[in-house]
Design a protein around this ligand. Sequence first.
Ligand code: DC
Length: 229
Amino acid sequence: MKKITIAIDGFSSTGKSTLAKQVAKELGYVYVDTGAMYRAVTYYAMEKGWVSDNFLDKENLIAQLPTIQLQFQFNPALGFAEMYLNGENVEQAIRTIDVSRNVSQIAEISEVRAKLVEQQQAMGKNKAIVMDGRDIGTVVFPDAELKLFMNASAETRAQRRYDELLENGQSVTYEEVLQNVQQRDYIDTHREDSPLVKATDAVEVDNSTMTKKEQFDLVMKLIWAELTS
Ligand code: DC
């Protein structure tokens, strides 16, 4: 059977990673969460004191970029690959609301994007990959055989992210999460380098009122159509 590249883009908290993990498992493909890579660089910059709400030391971060090692390591118990930053497992540390608050500033830096895009393209050179992010169908793999663009209302997405954060024991309010979702939507769609936009050949999936099962079935139909074409 032929191998394809599946690019999943869309707004934050649209369930891209849940869907991408399910699809990768079903097909035996590699799954890459590119948001985790931007989050890991953000976490690194936060640890160094180079980024906070109203502050960004871009020069220092750019100068140190070559020393930042990002690696995915598959965890069989979890069934997906965890993010490692310079040898340290940061999978939990990169999922906090503080990292979410700062990540858009870091993802705007062209030098950061160039480094991460290069790594992402290398990971996908043999196809058989499901990658999710904001620019996968437009910049990383413009020739991907299947491109999905995920969407849902900001309120639905904030509620999902809020439930997730509470489950992970973090103390946040729904309003705080909604504000973060709306702020990231704005920055992601308005940044100069690789803004979030739907590729002209992407299929839009609005999952505001879909169950995970309905969404998975719909997407698997699209995949089989592509695999058997
Ligand atoms: O998917 P996520 O919410 O974990 O992504 C975190 C941030 O990283 C998001 O606000 C935008 C940025 N991002 C990006 O600019 N390009 C990507 N390919 C993936 C994520």
